[in-house]
Design a binder for this molecule. Structure first.
Ligand code: NDP
Length: 373
């Protein structure tokens, strides 16, 4: 069997580590081209050595010496910075996992698509910021669209699903960073509690499948056993059911179009007994309402939304904003940039997406500073 060339962008994160877990179980089947990370140099170097990668790249330029030292004697090349990340993604590979968190994943993901790799896209922000551009590039490489009538995306409801609404402004960073069902990176865990993560997924679904927003529903499902449902014209619903383990989705993408055995728990539905569902409450999760507004606005509103959300999240993590203020900041940035016109209406090029992203981050930082002062 020919060995598949693999690159993992965001290798040190939760998705990246689950991907590496699967690769290590069948190491002879793969040649690892590039692994990338940011602050976690020790993990990046350890995995690069274990998988004998050609190159390891940190996004943080000031950590290049640390990475070089950690790789000393291994023969593995070390590089750092944004350009190096994109260069690593552009190296010929058959399959690239895009698992950087945030809009930072967009340019490397595009570079991977352009060199013809199959892109396993965990980085939902890419589709939210520049869906049309990603799909246009992917179309040259056998992207598939599925005809469905209705898509229901389930949400666990995150850490504050059952909290009294009045307590939400006082939620602490530790409370927001603890997910009831999934073990994920800190940022997406907080985004789950605020439902910004689900808002991103709604926009991602709209972009990827090209269905109109009114066909995309969100359903709160605390057990996280059903991951999504699709509805067909005859009224039938098909549910995707499985354990809360991302190695499932990653393994599916890794082995597609085959379905191989995966090291995940087999569900015992009789032991689980019952599954529950409820409609989402937009007073608790205003991010879901904002996602609808972003889709209605179109253009580069997704890039503005994502950038404002990332900056508000930084503000919450740094203790400059309370939990519920994140959505208020994002809404204000959307309103300001909508009124200013130009940037949201610009054509979808990587440069225009970067400019909208930059301005939205600045607007969000200004609003946060004003609130603090
Ligand atoms: P993590 O926070 O666990 O990992 C993020 C990765 O990105 C790490 O490798 C991190 O490096 C790297 N990174 C952070 N900042 C930058 C930057 N500025 N430039 C380049 N690399 C950077 O996130 P997750 O693995 O949880 O999520 C990754 C992506 O997958 C997100 O887009 C998320 O929405 C999506 N996703 C995640 C799911 C999950 O179950 N976790 C499910 C579905 C989608 P380091 O750690 O070295 O600093």
């Amino acid at each position: 069997m020919t060995r598949r060339r693999i690159t993992i962008l965001g290798a040190t994160g939760s998705i990246g580590q689950n991907t590496i877990d699967l690769i290590k179980r069948d190491a002879d089947a793969y040649d690892v081209v590039a692994l990338t990370g940011a602050g976690n140099i020790a993990q990046l170097a350890a995995d690069a050595r274990a998988l004998n990668a050609d190159v390891a790249v940190t996004a943080n330029e000031d950590r290049l010496d640390d990475l070089r030292a950690a790789l000393a004697g291994s023969g593995i090349a070390a590089a750092a910075g944004q350009a190096a990340l994109t260069e690593a993604a552009a190296r010929p590979a058959d399959w690239v996992m895009s698992a950087i968190v945030g809009a930072a994943g967009l340019a490397p993901g595009m570079a991977a698509l352009e060199q013809g790799a199959t892109l396993a896209l965990a980085n939902k922000e890419s589709l939210v910021c520049a869906g049309a551009l990603i799909l246009e590039t992917a179309a040259k490489h056998d992207a598939r669209l599925l005809p469905v009538e209705r898509i229901v995306i389930t949400a666990s409801g995150g850490a504050f699903r059952d909290w009294p609404l009045a307590d939400l402004p006082n939620a602490t960073l530790a409370q927001a960073s603890s997910h009831p069902n999934w073990d994920m990176g800190q940022r997406i865990t907080i985004d789950s509690a605020s439902m910004f993560n689900k808002a991103l997924e709604v926009i991602e679904t709209r972009e990827y499948f090209g269905v109109s927003p009114d066909k995309i529903e969100v359903l709160v499902h605390p057990e996280s056993m059903i991951h999504a449902l699709v509805g067909f014209h005859d009224g039938a619903l098909m549910a995707h059911v499985g354990p809360a383990d991302m190695r499932h989705a990653i393994g599916y993408a890794l082995h597609w179009p085959d379905r191989r055995a995966l090291p995940v728990e087999r569900l015992d539905l009789a032991a689980i007994g019952s599954l529950t569902f409820r409609a989402p409450d937009t007073d608790r999760w205003p991010a879901l309402r904002l996602a609808r507004e972003v889709m209605a606005r179109g253009g580069l509103a997704g890039a503005v939304f994502n950038a404002a959300k990332e900056t508000a999240l930084d503000g919450f993590i740094a203790g400059h904003l309370n939990f519920t203020a994140m959505a208020e900041v994002v809404e204000l940035v959307l309103t300001q940039m909508d009124a200013a016109g130009g940037h949201i209406d610009a054509s979808m090029t990587l440069d225009n997406v970067a400019a909208a992203d930059h301005l939205a981050r600045k607007a969000a930082r200004d609003i946060i500073a004003k609130r603090a002062g």
